[in-house]
Design a binder for this molecule. Sequence first.
Ligand SMILES: NC(=O)c1ccc[n+]([C@@H]2O[C@H](COP(=O)([O-])OP(=O)(O)OC[C@H]3O[C@@H](n4cnc5c(N)ncnc54)[C@H](OP(=O)(O)O)[C@@H]3O)[C@@H](O)[C@H]2O)c1
Length: 484
Amino acid sequence: MNNTLIIFGGTGDLTHRKLLPALYNLLYENHLPEDFAIVSIGRRPYDNNIYHNEIYNSLQKHTRHPFKEETWNKLKNHLYYYELDFTKDEGFCDLNDYLNKIDTKHNTNGKRIYYLAVAPEYFPIIVRNLHKSCMKTEVKPNLVIEKPFGKDLASAKALNKMIVSAFGEKNIYRIDHYLGKEMLQNIMVIRFANAMFEPIWNSNYIEQVQISSYEDIGIGTRGNYYETAGAIRDMVQSHLLQILSLIAMEKPENLNPETIRNEKVKVLKALRKMTPKDVYKNVVRGQYESYRKEVNVDSNSNIETYLALKAYVDNQRWRGVPFYIRTGKMLPKKTTEVIIQFKDLKNSLYPDIQLSPNYLVIKVQPHERIFVRFNAKRPGNKFIINPINMDFCQNCEIGTISPEAYERLLSDVMKDDATLFARWDEVEYSWKFIDQIVSAWKDVKPIFPNYEDKTWGPKAADYLLAKDNHHWINLDLEDEYENI
Ligand SMILES: NC(=O)c1ccc[n+]([C@@H]2O[C@H](COP(=O)([O-])OP(=O)(O)OC[C@H]3O[C@@H](n4cnc5c(N)ncnc54)[C@H](OP(=O)(O)O)[C@@H]3O)[C@@H](O)[C@H]2O)c1
């Protein structure tokens, strides 16, 4: 359906590196509506020409498809810059007139999508201004809101109340860009389209689940933001709990967005509650050695740059199966992955041989890869059983680049499909889980920093698993292939 996308934060980093390159890629593949318009809003005194020049330069660096003048010229004809200080309400009625003119020019049937690509403290003021009477439209607009959605349950509730009263839940698209990633979309397919996995996806067969997302760099220039968020809000509340809910959800009755989100939210509701004592036992936080020297970071900061935790989903399917979550900055590698370890065979035919467990590994980034590790006989006269891998990598070959998460998300919001966006109750229950941890931390001052740069985090994270006779599983095929 034709529509006008209005980006607040049109001169910002997200728009330059992600949003406009995603729109370019969609246009390159003919995936944008027949007619559309993009209105980028910023404070800078630009005209369309200056803005186009800026975007032209960043598209050269950030598009997935080759940069073609022909595609750019098409995009340019639909791309406008509008100067506005969105904290001042007097500019909004003029903005509305301008958007109406754009609507007529591009046949967008009055359908608007407001995208808030700005710092979260501005969400309320923009929403209030968009709700002014002179901004009323016949067709209800969609609102796309970037993360972070609140900083705890109370602030998330307050923000939600405000945006729902202005736009209605049905028209709100809360971005968790991980949900647009190819391999996260693949989790449901792997689980529910395979007879070899679906029947054994439960506590009878699964020993443990590990969900990890770590980076080999520090926080860079994001000190201001990171000091208010830390690893728990930046990664766990949104991305990693979303991954957990996709791994643990029951099979939805159909593919309707609401049915899928109903099942995901049941998982978040079933996460076992933790007392402060449980938090002390089950959650490990860390800070890398050089963090306090980063730009815009307090020299006595107690913000965590590393977090490991053990969670349980208290339902029939997952009784007793630990879900370990781990995230950190300044670790030795950059990876996001899910590892499912299956239980050891009972009554093995080879009691004298130590068999390796079976694993299913879903790598989300940098490589998008699925592999299954199982045991087989090594060729030769001597009887040896070895673990082997069946491996599928969809972006390992040079030249194959999967769509960026934002391509899928922008395309979906234009089609009014909210499956890959977080519904309010998902956000609410994940904040409930996070808040109990953060509130337990208030009374215990951490001894930070507690891990050296480029190491695997604090030792306590290893003890957390060792208590259960588990360890962090490192299955990296790149390393194995290099060593062959
Ligand atoms: N960057 C990323 O990779 C990334 C990834 C995930 C999520 N996010 C989220 O996306 C949002 C935007 O991040 P960002 O990195 O793009 O921020 P940014 O580079 O700092 O850009 C901020 C934008 O807000 C505009 N702005 C600020 N105050 C304004 C005002 N009073 N009136 C009009 N425009 C105003 C700026 O316009 P002027 O330049 O004209 O002042 C600029 O376009 C944040 O919520 C962030 O958490 C970003």
